[in-house]
Ligand binder design. Structure first.
Ligand SMILES: NC(=O)c1ccc[n+]([C@@H]2O[C@H](COP(=O)([O-])OP(=O)(O)OC[C@H]3O[C@@H](n4cnc5c(N)ncnc54)[C@H](OP(=O)(O)O)[C@@H]3O)[C@@H](O)[C@H]2O)c1
Length: 266
């Protein structure tokens, strides 16, 4: 029987690529994001590959919309096997240059609370299917990264939330996977909020392709981790070494993070 995957942030980037990967396996897909036209385009792509897709326009920052999302998913497909909390927005500014402090609340609402809300409504169904709960976090959820204070805080929060839930639901057969990518080639940086709370394209990483993972590689790593019900994926070898190094030489890891970002705003 086809598995059912609910993916938030499925209108572009990593979420879209995951949806198409599971569409090609003939899966049932529940696609959530705010841009309904983009979701319809992704749904068509999934269906042309052999999957079945349900589009649910959803702002994950609104708990009642997350409730409706899960209800519609169950009405259409009866069960949920994998829930991927992928919806996210980013920011790009030194903390001391932020002029619109509301970006902290805006990012927390989508990246962290959105994950908590969707998980709250989806978890009873994952318990029934002994399914898998997934969070697409970030390396900024593992260590401090300059210019990403608000964003990194949301990803640290997401990691803490999912780590706690993993322990709580282990005996009920639900797995919890946290994925921490580094830089991946998507449009996230073009939409990132700048110091004034407006979208900026100030990221210095756009030009630096060598340090940016392709969307295809990122997607195939996530699909493999979901297939194997892993608990954690830290996406680059350098980052894995860095996380060990942080235990004995945290200042060195800070310097590596600073260099990786190449602060423009100094
Ligand atoms: N790209 C990277 O370098 C990178 C690195 C580490 C982690 N990540 C994480 O990967 C995830 C996907 O990012 P991406 O790189 O694929 O970026 P993306 O192409 O910008 O995708 C972000 C997705 O989130 C959705 N979204 C934003 N606000 C939302 C809201 N309020 N409600 C529902 N959906 C919302 C967007 O759809 P709508 O605008 O249609 O709502 C879009 O589908 C994010 O959680 C991000 O933090 C990305």
């Amino acid at each position: 029987m086809a598995l059912t995957y609910l993916i938030t942030g499925a209108s572009s980037g990593i979420g879209e690529a995951l949806a198409l990967a599971y569409g090609a396996r003939g899966a049932n897909l529940v696609l959530a994001a705010r841009d309904e036209a983009a979701l319809e385009r992704v749904a068509k792509g999934c269906e042309s590959l052999g999957g079945k897709a349900l589009v649910v326009k959803t702002d994950v920052g609104d708990p009642s919309q997350c409730d409706a999302l899960v209800q519609k998913a169950i009405e259409r497909f009866s069960s949920l096997d994998v829930v991927v909390n992928n919806a996210g927005i980013s920011m790009w500014s030194r903390f001391d240059q932020i002029t619109d402090i509301s970006i902290f609340e805006r990012l927390m609402r989508v990246n962290y609370l959105g994950t908590a809300y969707v998980t709250h409504y989806a978890l009873p169904h994952l318990k029934k299917s002994r399914g898998l709960l997934v969070g697409i976090s970030s390396l900024t959820g593992k260590t401090g990264v300059p210019t990403r204070s608000a964003y990194g805080a949301t990803k640290h929060a997401m990691q803490g939330l999912l780590d706690a839930i993993r322990i709580e639901v282990k005996d009920e057969g639900v797995g919890v996977l946290v994925v921490s990518p580094g830089f991946v080639k998507t449009d996230i940086r073009a939409k990132a909020l700048g110091p004034d709370g407006k979208a900026t394209s100030a990221s210095p990483r756009e030009e630096d392709d060598a340090a940016t993972m392709s969307l295809e590689e990122c997607t195939s790593i996530i699909v493999r981790a979901i297939d194997h019900r892993k608990r954690e994926v830290v996406m680059t070898a350098k980052a894995k070494v860095g996380l060990f190094a942080k235990l004995i030489a945290p200042n060195l890891v800070d310097r590596i993070a600073a260099r990786a970002v190449k602060e423009k705003q100094k």
